[in-house]
Design a protein around this ligand. Structure first.
Ligand SMILES: [Zn+2]
Length: 187
C-alpha cells in the first residue's frame, strides 16, 4: 500500500485506471481534450525503434508496441509513471538491492532471479543478463517521487502530469525517415 503525507495528514495512494478501445478516435479528439484524466496511447504491432514510448515526462500521449503488452507486462505501468513525471533512475546497477522498482529501464543490471535468463552473467545482453521488465514493481519510493504534497490542491483535487496531446500515426504506414522519435521520449 502506498502512502502520501499531505499537509500533515497521511493518505493512502491508490491508482484507479480504466481503459477503453477507441479505434475511431481522431487527432482533434486528442488535441482538443482538456480532461487531465485522459491519456491516449496508440497500440500497434510495429513501432520504429522497436519500443513503446510516451511523449515526454509529464505527458498524456504515446505509442505502445503490442507485443510489449503481454500478460504480466509492466510496460504500461512504467510508461504511465513517465506520464506522471517520473524519469529513469540514474544508477542502473541494482545488484544486491533486490527487486527493481517500476521506473528502471531495459538494460538494468539486477540480481540473477530478476534477469531474462537467471543463468546469464550480469550485463551479458546477448544472453539475457539484464532485467526482465516483468519483475518491476511500484514501490513507496516511486510514490514519494510524485511529490504529491507539492501539488496545488483545489477542493481536494490536483493534477499530476501535463498535456502533450500528440496524435501518432501507425508507424507501419510511414517510413522511418518520416518519423523522428521525439527527443524527450522514454521507453
Ligand atoms: Zn522509461
Amino acid at each position: 500500500m502506498g502512502l502520501a503525507n499531505i499537509e500533515g495528514d497521511q493518505h493512502r495512494v491508490t491508482f484507479k485506471i480504466t481503459a477503453s478501445f477507441q479505434p475511431q478516435i481522431t487527432a482533434p479528439d486528442i488535441y482538443e481534450n482538456v480532461n487531465p484524466r485522459n491519456n491516449y496511447f496508440r497500440i500497434e504491432e510495429f513501432a520504429h525503434g522497436n519500443i513503446s514510448f510516451v511523449d515526454g515526462l509529464g505527458c498524456n500521449t504515446g505509442y505502445f508496441k503490442l507485443d510489449n503488452l503481454y500478460k504480466g507486462s509492466t510496460t504500461a505501468a512504467h510508461e504511465y509513471g513517465h506520464t506522471l513525471g517520473l524519469h529513469h533512475p540514474t544508477d542502473l546497477d541494482l545488484r544486491g538491492k533486490g527487486r527493481p522498482g517500476i521506473m528502471y529501464p531495459r538494460g538494468t543490471l539486477v540480481d540473477a532471479q530478476y534477469q531474462y535468463n537467471p543463468a546469464a552473467h550480469a550485463g551479458d545482453n546477448t544472453n539475457g543478463g539484464t532485467m526482465h521488465p516483468m519483475h518491476r514493481r511500484v514501490r513507496q519510493e516511486d510514490i514519494d517521487l510524485l511529490k504529491l504534497h507539492k501539488l496545488e490542491y483545489d477542493n481536494g483535487k490536483a493534477i499530476v502530469g501535463e498535456f502533450t496531446s500528440v496524435w501518432h500515426p501507425n508507424h507501419a504506414d510511414i517510413s522511418s525517415g518520416d518519423y523522428l522519435l521525439p527527443i524527450t521520449s522514454l521507453s
